[in-house]
Design a protein around this ligand. Sequence first.
Ligand SMILES: C[S@@+](CC[C@H](N)C(=O)[O-])C[C@H]1O[C@@H](n2cnc3c(N)ncnc32)[C@H](O)[C@@H]1O
Length: 189
Amino acid sequence: MRVLVACEFSGVVRRAFRDRGHDAWSCDLLPAEDGSPYHIGTDVRWHFTDWDLMIAHPPCTHLAVSGARWFKDRQQEQQWALEFVQVLMDAPIDMIAIENPVSVISTRIRKPDQIIQPWMFGHPETKATCLWLKNLPPLKPTNIVDGRAGRVHHESPGPDRWKRRSRTLKGIAEAMADQWGKAIGGGEA
Ligand SMILES: C[S@@+](CC[C@H](N)C(=O)[O-])C[C@H]1O[C@@H](n2cnc3c(N)ncnc32)[C@H](O)[C@@H]1O
């Protein structure tokens, strides 16, 4: 299966799919932090052709309700961010998952199909993560664990804090690759 992981610099989801035999590529304006050759370093909107599945992690800075106190000063930025999400949702790709925190996407575009938590996938943390799905089943929890520490509050400050906060967790990436990879086939797993 041909998989486009949009807005991913970390390669976490790309690697989970490639490990299972899929032809998966990440795409981000930033370079791949693992130096992978399976990364496209330009605007994802130029690369919507010939994929079976797209998993997209669009920026949430102007969308997440945790930043609501800034919304009134950032209305244009929020409108652009919503338009970007809508373009991703409307991409000519059969199967699409859009991932974002609890955000205005729910009220301005549509409600998510599913809300997951890291602790459902082996990470003892809370961080509600919404999924908007097209032609994909909701993810089933793979490893429900104890421990409910808030993920974000435990990140130390620094210039890379946003990267550490935004990297997709491995347990969630593996669930996507196992369950969505099998839902449509094409891998070796
Ligand atoms: C919230 S981060 C997602 C990080 C991701 N979960 C990971 O593990 O790498 C959003 C990313 O979207 C990227 N981005 C923003 N606009 C983009 C565009 N038009 N095309 C491709 N990537 C874009 C940013 O560079 C940023 O790395």
